[in-house]
Design a protein around this ligand. Sequence first.
Ligand SMILES: NC(=O)c1ccc[n+]([C@@H]2O[C@H](COP(=O)([O-])OP(=O)(O)OC[C@H]3O[C@@H](n4cnc5c(N)ncnc54)[C@H](OP(=O)(O)O)[C@@H]3O)[C@@H](O)[C@H]2O)c1
Length: 197
Amino acid sequence: MRALIIGGTGTLGTAAQAALEPTYETVVASRSTDPSVDITDEASIEALFETVGEVDAVVVAAGAVPFKRLTALTSEDYTSAFTGKVLSQLNVVRIGLPYVTDGGSFTLTSGILSREPIAASAAAAMANGALESYVMAAAPELPRGIRINVVSPSVLESSTRHHAAFPGFTPVADEAVGQAYLRSVAGARTGRTLPLD
Ligand SMILES: NC(=O)c1ccc[n+]([C@@H]2O[C@H](COP(=O)([O-])OP(=O)(O)OC[C@H]3O[C@@H](n4cnc5c(N)ncnc54)[C@H](OP(=O)(O)O)[C@@H]3O)[C@@H](O)[C@H]2O)c1
């Protein structure tokens, strides 16, 4: 079985790959890999799936959002949060759907800010919440028994540079986050947000 992990060179993607690797032949893609992909560019997503071909699972562990105080957020910032984290992942589902085998899966990535905010997180919270609502509504409409979930972790133990921005949050083990991706890919659930607090 084959799993495509977009953002697989990053913190969450590495955790996902470590969990999937024993069971799946993994293909990692990001802007700096070969094959490469920029998920903010529809043509680049098309080209990636053309190159990689049929897969049983697609994991997206990439998505950028601006962090600014509410009163500093501009219309462009909200647009950038939407295009960088939400539309980018939704386009992977839309474009990648024909390449996923019957009974396969998509697993997207949101984050704890949808349910527990920190300072300057309104744009990120909006993006995470949008992703979580999307998978709930998209799941029953996906054809051929294809499932979709979203992994929604707190800050990871290894993301030490982000820890100061999350006072009072207990970082989650990278391995536990990897296991959540595996539960989504290899399990039976669909339309679900998998929280790791
Ligand atoms: N780290 C945490 O504690 C944490 C917790 C909860 C949620 N999250 C969310 O999880 C996602 C990933 O975070 P991370 O900490 O793993 O980030 P990261 O370590 O910076 O890794 C990001 C990954 O995505 C790739 N990437 C970035 N932009 C891309 C694009 N436009 N197209 C394709 N690939 C792209 C990067 O590789 P290239 O640079 O080569 O493209 C890299 O592989 C983010 O949306 C973040 O908000 C993170």
